[in-house]
Write a protein that binds this ligand. Structure first.
Ligand SMILES: Cc1cc2nc3c(=O)[nH]c(=O)nc-3n(C[C@H](O)[C@H](O)[C@H](O)COP(=O)(O)OP(=O)(O)OC[C@H]3O[C@@H](n4cnc5c(N)ncnc54)[C@H](O)[C@@H]3O)c2cc1C
Length: 390
C-alpha cells in the first residue's frame, strides 16, 4: 500500500490512484497546496499495484535522444510559449480524428488536464501554465480510448508521462506521449490563493492568464492578466520578474518537493518527443533569432521521429542541433535543482498572510541594477527590431 512519508518521493502523477482495483486511494491536499495519494487501509487488498506503477519507485534509466532539432511552426506561434510545436502537433492529431490531452485553465482559473477533439478547443491547451495540473481521472480515460483503437496525443510534464506509461504497462502504438522540458511545477493551492488575492486587489474576476505573453519580447516575456470588471475586460501586463508569482516560480521557491530530485527528467519519462524553449537560439539557430520564440525538440523514439518527419513535410522549419549545445542555459535539463533555503519559511507564512501579494513580493530576490538596466535595454531593442521587421 502506498504511504507517503517523504514528500520528495511523490511527484503526484496519480498513477497509483488510477491503478488501484478497489479505488482505495484518493488525492489529498497538503498545507503547501500540493496533492498526495492517501490509501484507505480498511479497503486496501494489498495487491501492490499502486507501488508497481509509481515512477518514483520504478524510475526509467536516463537516455539520450535519437535526434535534436531547433524548430518552429510559423503558423502556430501565437499564444504558445516557444516555437509553436505543441499546437502544430495537436492540430495534426485532431485533423486525423485523434484526441489530444493537455493542460488547460478551467473556468475558476484552476489548471487541469482536458481532452480536446476539435481545433476550437485547442486554444485552451496552448501555452505553459506554471501550476501543477490536476490529472483528475484522465489516465483511465486515455486507457479506454486506446483500447477502443483511438489515436491519442498526451502532453504533460515528464513525471506525468512517466506515470501514464507505468499505468498503461508499456507503450501502446496509438499513443504519442509528449513532454515539456520542466524544471518544476508550482503549488496549485498557492495559485488558487494568488488568484483570490489578485481578484480582491483588482476588484474584478480573472478570466484569462497568459504566463508567457511574448507580444513585446519572447526572452523578456510578461505575465498577462485579463480581468473582467463591470462587463469590461481589462488587460494588465507585468514583466516576468516584477510579477511575484512568476518570479518565485523562476527562483524555484514554489515547486513541488519532488521536483528538486525529479525522477523523470532527462530522458527518463519515456516520452516520444520533448519540447523545450531554445534560449540560446542565437548560438544554435540564428535564423530563428528574432525574439518571437523558438523550440528545442528532442526526438526520443522511432514513433517520435515518424511524427517529426510528418511535421517537416507539413512545413515545420528545422535546424539540426546537438544535445549538449541545445540544452545549455536551460534549467529544464539541469540534473537537480537546489531547494531555496527560505522555501519552508515561505510556505509557512502563506496561510497567515493578510496581503498575499505583498508577502510573496517580500521573498523575491531583487534584481541588481545592472540586470534591471540590461533587461530594459533588451526589451526596448527587441520592440524596435520587431517594428523594423514588420
Ligand atoms: C511547469 C512547467 C515548467 C517548464 N519549465 C521549462 C524549462 O525549465 N525549460 C524549458 O525549456 N521549458 C520549460 N517548460 C516548457 C515550455 O514552457 C513550453 O511549454 C514548451 O517549450 C512547449 O511550447 P510550445 O510552444 O511547443 O507549445 P505550448 O502551446 O506552449 O505548449 C502547451 C502544452 O504544454 C503542456 N503544459 C502546459 N502547462 C502545463 C502544466 N501545468 N502541466 C503539464 N503540461 C503543461 C500542455 O499539455 C500544453 O497544452 C515548462 C513548462 C511547464 C508547464
Amino acid at each position: 500500500m502506498i504511504r507517503i512519508t517523504d514528500k520528495s518521493l511523490c511527484c503526484g502523477c496519480t498513477a497509483c490512484v488510477n491503478a488501484c482495483p478497489v479505488q482505495c486511494i484518493v488525492m489529498r491536499r497538503d498545507r503547501e497546496g500540493f496533492d498526495y495519494p492517501v490509501a484507505n487501509p480498511d479497503i486496501c487488498i494489498s495487491c501492490g499495484k499502486c507501488e508497481t506503477v509509481c515512477p518514483v519507485l520504478n524510475p526509467q534509466s536516463e537516455s539520450d535522444p535519437l535526434a535534436v532539432f531547433a524548430a518552429r511552426s510559423e503558423a502556430d506561434m501565437e499564444g504558445c510559449s516557444s516555437g509553436g510545436l505543441f499546437p502544430m502537433l495537436a492540430g495534426k492529431y485532431l485533423q486525423e480524428g485523434g484526441v489530444v490531452y493537455g493542460a488547460a485553465f478551467m473556468a475558476d482559473m484552476t489548471v487541469g488536464h482536458a481532452d480536446v477533439t476539435d481545433s476550437a478547443g485547442l486554444e485552451r491547451l496552448k501555452g505553459s501554465k506554471y501550476v501543477q495540473s490536476d490529472l483528475y481521472a484522465v489516465f483511465e480515460e486515455v486507457r479506454d480510448l486506446l483500447e477502443d483503437g483511438k489515436r491519442v496525443l498526451f502532453a504533460g510534464t515528464p513525471c506525468q508521462i512517466a506515470g501514464l506509461d507505468n499505468y498503461l504497462g508499456g507503450r501502446k502504438g496509438n499513443l504519442l506521449a509528449v513532454d515539456v522540458a520542466c524544471h518544476g511545477a508550482p503549488s496549485p493551492g498557492l495559485w488558487e490563493k494568488y488568484v483570490a488575492a489578485y481578484e480582491k486587489r483588482s476588484g474584478g474576476r480573472l478570466c484569462r492568464v497568459s504566463f508567457r505573453d511574448k507580444s513585446e519580447s519572447w526572452r523578456q516575456y510578461s505575465v498577462k492578466y485579463d480581468v473582467l470588471s463591470d462587463g469590461v475586460v481589462k488587460s494588465h501586463r507585468v514583466h516576468k520578474m516584477d510579477d511575484p508569482y512568476m518570479a518565485l516560480f523562476l527562483q524555484d521557491m514554489t515547486l513541488r518537493p519532488s521536483c528538486y530530485s525529479c525522477p523523470a527528467r532527462n530522458g527518463r519519462s519515456g516520452s516520444d518527443l520533448t519540447l523545450a524553449d531554445l534560449w540560446n537560439v542565437s548560438e544554435v539557430a540564428p535564423e530563428f533569432d528574432d525574439d518571437r520564440g523558438a523550440s528545442l525538440v528532442l526526438v526520443n523514439t522511432d514513433a517520435g521521429l515518424r511524427m517529426f518527419d510528418a511535421l517537416v513535410r507539413d512545413g515545420l522549419k528545422t535546424v539540426p542541433a546537438d544535445f549538449g549545445t541545445g540544452r545549455k542555459r536551460n534549467a529544464g535539463f539541469d540534473a537537480a535543482l537546489t531547494m531555496p533555503e527560505k522555501r519552508e519559511e515561505f510556505f509557512k507564512g502563506v496561510h497567515s498572510a493578510e496581503d498575499l501579494i505583498g508577502y510573496m513580493s517580500s521573498f523575491v530576490v531583487r534584481k541588481t541594477l545592472f540586470r534591471t538596466v540590461y533587461e530594459k535595454v533588451h526589451t526596448f531593442l527587441a520592440v524596435i527590431k520587431k517594428k523594423l521587421l514588420r
